[in-house]
Structures are given as structure tokens and as C-alpha cells.
Design a protein around this ligand. Structure first.
Ligand code: SF4
Length: 752
């Protein structure tokens, strides 16, 4: 088939490689070459130097020493990034469910594509576009997710599409859009090294973003490091201050802190007047947040609150960082905006070492936020805006009248639509919904209601693929070309350094093949290769806040070691370290040879105090805190907290569980952290089994008795499939992001 021959890279997909054909056990004596590509796990976006054999195939890697993100460092996942490619359970051919036996059986690409076309078209003919939905991901390349979003919505007539970014970053997106006028995390990683006060809220940076934590450790300003988290996490243990708040009292704490700063006069009135709006209303709102009330609602003693406020008030460069502890809450958007308010009122934005900084999760969640074509039109545009639709049509060649004119359903609404029988077909790409979605066993039951479930993934063995009618085998990171955008807005290259096994294809080529099979080749004539699409997206970004029209293709990204947006045409700088001039300390990259770069290696937003709102002012946004929807009571007396387990684990473990090295770095069995007093009272022994039950389900876990959790609270890592049998299916009303971090459970010692 033609699309097989269209694959770029060292070899074509026609040269079939069995899983395990190469690996770390077959190391040539010296690499024939090396090449740099961005890691495919987390949003830090480290560069890995992949070692290639004489056949151009990857056999080992080391972290890239002169990349401005990781400076020669990598976490265990990065070091082990090649191993999941060699797993024995890679999907090597399309699979279709046999109607007689009910088994998934191998089929040809021709049959698979025809099945996809015929079944989606017949569902559309019978039930309309509203019956078709897709779930995208922050794990594939920007070019691929843009292609998917346009193909599905404008070509195939899928009315609805969302992505797993909804589960991690939707809150930050909405918070920034409302406050700044665009989804624009303002920072650069050098800010970790430039701050004299670093406030981490709901972020266990040590293990969730270990290389960012290494950047904190390189800070020569002896910074105050403040962690706000109910648990004494690894990061909290290393901090200078830990505020162990009551779960989901963060919004009350942030308002109480704002009031304390206001009372101290620790605000930047000049900045507030020149660059913001609604501060007077916010200031009046804070009247109600006395220190007594804050102490009562958060469990933090007055003395600790005063010390926190003093540290921020005396800091010259204060940076505020948050991640899932904030984003995954019932009032998450207002909580993120309460952090933004603190940065605005103290003038800690746009300068080195400052900022209201959301740390992203997945390797390309930032690409997804701008270009997945799900909750917004390409480039941070609006589906409902005719001018925006016209711009997209002109650049992409996709007819304007095929672009939807309204927003579609969000992830939770798609699941609801399936449950109610309105959505009949679902196409899931590179995400393990059956494990990661919240709300107990309902999800598996809901997926069973579909007339057609298509799963496109590297592995045919995920819990979601097990329910599929059709499995499309996809190439993984390292087996295809494209770009990712990291947390600090840096666009970095991903390359094909290994042949995908069997008939697995790059997601890009699967989308291309579907377009051709469905008669959409002409509509997508400009979308022939990942780099074609990169250039389309660069053109589409022109004059948008995320403008990267100044990047001249993949070679430019390679030469520049990644480039942060904005990078508009005509703004090549000869590598000045912009916005970092005021530091008296050595500059973070003085030891590296970045002086020949055309773009500065580190840049931040809002140095001029101009935001992306129509009047250029940032907004103070706030709302009265409300109690979490499920409180502890007599029947369910504990609060369950969730989060990452270790730096060796990634989300649902689909890839990290393929590495024998990574598996040795974390417990293999699901465990539950419980305070010693609670364990003693309930007769729970260290290493014993306990049952954890919520109103939605029950699981059995190994007891880990530790005072890192408070009495009355327990913690289970997110990587184990059973966990979401317990979590509460509640979403933040603004971002529709699920609240994974808080639900009521009961605990008992178990003999099972
Ligand atoms: Fe990869 Fe993230 Fe680890 Fe860096 S910190 S090596 S990007 S997983």
C-alpha cells in the first residue's frame, strides 16, 4: 500500500522487525552515529542523545549535555526510553473482533481501513455526526494531533473530540485564558535557578518532574522553598517550609495568603494599576479572609501562615508553581487563578525568577492545548469565530464550510453521551481510558454500549484495547518524526530512530491512510508529511500569541536545540539571554556554548506587562470557596489522596511497566499509605493487606505505614488500574477536569 512506502526514517515499514530484534543486549562496540530527540514521557522535554548502529537503528542513549532543558541529565524513564519499543506485546498488525468467536484476530491494513470507513460512515448515516467521537492524547506529535483533529472533525464528520489533556491540564488552560487572554504559561526553566522564593502548590516536583527539581537544586540564591501539599512528599521533605493543608483547602489558603500580603502592604500597586483590572473588587473580597478563618479552614497554624506571607513579602523574585494537586480539584480553575492573583498583586511576573507557572504533565500536552482541534480551533482559535475559521481554511486547504461552528462535548460529556446511547462510535488514540478515567467500573460498562470502539495504540494489550472492536497498531516515540512542545513552550524535535515492529505505522501515516481510504485525499493534499504540517501550523500561528512563524522547519529546531514560542518571523536575536540581565549571579548557561544560536535559549512572557486580553490587562478572578463534594463521614471516615508514586512510573504504566529496570524501582503491588495511629487503631500491620472502599467500589492494597500522610488521610498512587474504582466522578465547572484528589473512603484490615 502506498502509505507504507511513504514512511520516512532509517527504514520503511515494509522491512519488518520483530519486537526484541535489538535492544540493550546487542550493543555495537561504538556508535556509528548519534542523534538528539526530545523524550516521550513527561512535559519537561529533556533531550536524549540516541546512539545509532551502522544500520541507523537506536541501541542506547545518553542525556544530551548541551540542551537548554536538561543540561545532560535524565530521570530513570528517560534512560529507559528505548526499552518499551521492544516489548513483546507490541501491536504488530491490525486486529478486528471476530463476530462469531468474539476474539480480536489479525487482519490486513486494507480490511482494517475499510472496516473503519464503512462502520463510521454507516453510523453517521443512521445517527448523524453527533454519534461519532474521538479521544486524543498529549502523547503524540503536534503534527499528528492537528491532523487527527482536522481529519476527524472536518473530514470524517465526527462532531465530538477531546483528549486526555482534559485529565491533567484543562484547568491551567482555562485559568490562563480567562486571566491572561491566552493559554500562556509565562516562564522559562531558568526561573527555577533565578528565584529567591519558590512556592510549589500541589506539585511533588522531586518525583513528578525530577529534572525540573534538579534545576531548583542548581539555584545559587539559597531560595526559600515552600511546599503546599497535604502530604509530606519527597519535595516537602526537602523544602524549607511545608504547609500540610487539609485536603482541598488550597483555595481558602491562597485567599488567606493574599489577605496577609495585602495587610502587610506587600503588593506592587504600580504594576497592578498599569497592567491589571478588578483588583479593587478582589481586595474587597479578601476582607472576609481573616487569619483566624484561614487557620480554621486549612488546618495551618497562624505562625506558619505568617512565615509564609513574610517569605513572599520579602522575596525579590518569587515564583509560584502548580500542577495536578491544583488542577484536579472541584474548584480547580479558581484555585489556579488564586495563584495567578498572587503573582499579579505582588508584581512577580515577567521578570527572572518569577511567574504564575503551571507545570504540564504529558510530553506534548502543550501541543495538544494549542493544536489538537478539540476544545479550541487550531492555534488557540475559537470554532465559533468566522474569521478564525477562515484563517484555518486558507492555510490548511480544508474547506471553511467543513469546519465546525461551535464547540463540542468535553471528555466527561462524551462518556455521558455514550452511556445515554447518543454516541455510538468512539476512536481512542494513544490513551488508556479504561484505566485513567474516573468513577469506578462505570467506564467499562459504558464502553461496552458502543456500536464501534476503535483503539489506536502501540500495544494491543491495554485495558481499553481489550474492549475494542478494531485495533490499529501504532508506532511509538522513537519510531516517527514530529515535534513536541514542553512546559516552558519549547518546541523540540522527535525523530524516527527505530523501525516500528510488524505492520505498525506512525499515527501520522494512519491518519493519512484513513484520509485516502475515505476519499479525503484532496481535502488534505497539503498534509503529506509531518514537516508539511509543521510548516502549516507555523503559518497558522503567525500573529497569534503562540507565533512560531520564525522557525524554518525541522533543521532550524535541530540547530537551535529547540525554540520557545513566541518565535515570530524576523525575531532572530543572536542568542541574548533576554530578561535575565538583572541577576548578579552567574547566568545559568554560561558554561554552555549557546552564543551561536539565532534565538535566545531562555525566554519568558509578559516582560512588558502586556497581556493577551483585548485591553492588554490581566484579570483578577475569584469565587467563594465551596466544600468538596464528598466529605469524610461516619461510614467513610478517611480522605483518599492520589498522585504519582515514583519517578520510574508513568501514568497507567503502559510503557514503563515494559522496563525490567524501572519495575525494580517501585513496588509492584498496589499500596496504600496510612498513618501509624490509624494503622494501630485498625490493627493493620506493615505490609499487610487492607481494603479501601468508597461509595463506588473497593480495592485491596498493601499497607505502607508512614507519617507522610496525616491521620485520617490515606494515599494511593495513580499508576494502578484499580484506583479509579474509588475516585469521584466530579469535574471543575469551568475546565471540566476531573477531581481525582479527594474522596471519602473506609479502611479495614483484610485477610485477602
Ligand atoms: Fe523524560 Fe521527563 Fe524524565 Fe526528562 S524528566 S527524562 S522528559 S521523563
Amino acid at each position: 500500500m502506498s502509505f507504507l512506502r511513504e514512511q520516512s526514517g532509517p527504514k520503511t515499514a515494509e522491512l519488518v522487525r520483530s519486537p526484541g530484534d535489538f535492544g540493550l543486549g546487542q550493543v555495537p562496540t561504538a556508535p556509528a552515529a548519534t542523534t538528539d530527540l526530545v523524550c516521550g514521557y513527561c512535559s519537561t522535554g529533556c533531550s536524549l542523545k540516541v546512539h545509532l548502529d551502522a544500520d541507523g537503528q537506536a541501541y542506547n542513549l545518553t542525556p544530551t549535555p548541551d540542551y537548554p532543558v536538561n543540561l545532560g541529565m535524565a530521570c530513570p524513564k528517560g534512560w529507559e526510553a528505548l526499552n518499551p519499543l521492544c516489548a513483546n506485546d507490541r501491536a504488530t498488525s491490525p486486529l478486528v473482533r471476530d463476530q462469531t468467536t468474539g476474539e480480536l484476530v489479525p487482519t490486513s491494513w486494507d480490511e482494517a481501513l475499510t472496516t473503519f470507513r464503512d462502520r463510521t460512515q454507516s453510523i453517521r448515516a443512521e445517527h448523524g455526526s453527533d454519534a461519532l467521537a474521538f479521544l486524543s492524547t498529549g502523547q503524540i506529535c503536534t503534527e499528528e494531533m492537528a491532523f487527527l483533529g482536522m481529519l476527524a472533525k472536518s473530514g470524517l464528520g465526527f462532531a465530538h473530540g477531546d483528549g486526555n489533556t482534559r485529565q491533567c491540564m484543562a484547568t491551567s488552560v482555562v485559568a490562563y485564558k480567562q486571566s491572561f487572554g491566552f493559554d500562556a504559561p509565562p516562564y522559562t526553566y531558568a526561573d527555577f535557578e533565578e528565584s529567591d522564593c519558590i512556592v510549589l502548590i500541589g506539585s511533588n516536583l522531586c518525583i513528578a518532574h525530577p529534572i525540573m527539581w534538579q534545576r531548583v537544586l542548581r539555584n545559587s540564591h539559597q531560595p526559600e522553598i515552600i511546599v503546599i501539599d497535604p502530604r509530606r512528599t519527597e519535595t516537602a521533605a526537602a523544602a524549607t517550609q511545608h504547609l500540610a493543608i487539609l485536603p482541598k483547602s488550597d483555595l481558602a489558603l491562597l485567599y488567606g495568603l493574599a489577605r496577609l500580603l495585602l495587610d502587610r502592604g506587600a503588593i506592587d500597586l504600580e504594576f497592578i494599576k498599569a497592567h491589571t483590572e478588578h483588583f479593587d473588587e478582589f481586595s474587597a473580597f479578601l476582607d472576609d479572609y481573616s487569619i483566624d478563618k484561614t487557620t480554621a479552614e486549612t488546618g495551618i497554624p497562624e505562625k506558619e501562615l505568617e512565615r509564609l506571607a513574610d517569605s513572599i513579602a520579602s522575596g525579590k523574585r518569587v515564583s509560584f508553581w502548580w500542577t495536578m494537586g491544583v488542577n484536579q480539584g472541584h474548584q480547580a480553575t479558581r484555585t489556579a487563578q488564586a495563584i495567578i492573583n498572587l503573582a499579579l498583586m505582588t508584581g512577580n511576573i515577567g521578570r527572572p525568577g518569577t511567574g504564575a507557572n503551571s507545570i504540564t504533565g504529558q510530553c506534548n500536552a502543550m501541543g495538544s492545548r494549542l493544536f489538537s482541534n478539540t476544545s479550541g480551533l487550531l492555534g488557540g482559535r475559537d470554532f465559533a469565530n468566522a474569521e478564525h475559521r477562515g484563517e484555518v481554511a486558507r492555510v490548511t486547504g480544508v474547506p471553511e464550510d467543513s469546519i465546525p461552528t461551535e464547540n463540542c462535548l468535553a471528555y466527561d460529556q462524551i462518556i455521558q453521551g455514550i452511556d445515554e446511547g447518543r454516541i455510538k462510535a468512539l476512536w481512542i488514540i494513544a490513551t488508556n481510558t479504561a484505566h485513567s478515567w474516573t468513577g469506578g467500573r462505570r467506564l467499562q460498562r459504558v464502553l461496552d454500549k458502543l456500536d464501534l470502539l476503535v483503539v489506536q495504540d502501540m500495544y494491543g494489550t491495554t485495558s481499553t484495547a481489550a474492549q475494542a472492536d478494531l485495533v490499529l497498531p501504532a508506532a511509538g516515540w522513537g519510531e516517527k518524526d514530529g515535534t513536541f512542545i514542553n512546559s516552558e513552550r519549547r518546541i523540540g524535535l522527535v525523530k524516527k530512530v527505530s523501525r516500528a515492529p510488524g505492520q505498525a505505522l506512525a499515527d501520522f501515516h494512519i491518519f493519512r491512510a484513513i484520509a485516502d481510504t475515505c476519499g479525503l485525499g484532496d481535502m488534505f493534499r497539503k498534509w503529506q508529511s509531518p514537516e508539511d504540517v509543521f510548516r502549516l501550523l507555523a503559518e497558522l500561528s503567525e500573529h497569534r500569541p503562540c507565533d512560531f512563524s520564525g522557525i524554518d522547519g525541522y533543521l532550524d529546531l535541530e540547530r537551535e536545540r529547540g525554540i520557545q514560542w513566541p518565535a515570530p518571523k524576523g525575531e532572530r536575536t543572536n542568542s541574548k539571554m533576554t530578561n535575565t540581565k538583572s541577576t548578579s549571579q552567574p547566568k545559568p548557561f554560561d558554561h554552555l556554548s549557546f552564543r551561536d544560536l539565532a534565538f535566545s535559549p531562555q525566554r519568558r512572557l509578559f516582560a512588558d506587562g502586556k497581556f493577551f486580553t483585548p485591553n492588554g490587562r490581566a484579570k483578577f478572578l475569584f469565587e467563594t470557596p465551596i466544600a468538596p463534594p464528598e466529605l469524610a463521614d461516619a461510614n467513610f471516615p478517611f480522605l483518599l489522596l492520589t498522585g504519582r508514586g515514583s519517578s520510574a512510573q508513568w501514568h497507567t504504566g503502559t510503557r514503563t511497566e515494559k522496563s525490567e529496570v524501572l519495575k525494580k524501582l517501585h513496588p509492584s503491588r498496589i499500596y496504600c499509605e496510612i498513618h501509624p495511629d490509624d494503622a494501630e487503631r485498625l490493627g493493620i500491620q506493615p505490609g499487610g493487606t487492607l481494603s479501601v472502599a468508597s461509595r463506588r467500589g473497593e480495592l485491596f492494597a498493601q499497607a505502607k505505614i508512614t507519617s507522610t500522610v496525616k491521620a485520617g488521610e490515606v494515599f494511593i498512587p495513580m499508576h494502578f488500574g484499580e484506583l479509579n474504582q474509588l475516585t469521584l466522578p466530579v469535574v471543575d465547572p469551568h475546565s471540566r477536569q476531573p477531581s481525582y484528589k479527594h474522596c471519602a473512603v473506609r479502611i479495614a484490615a483484610s485477610k485477602s
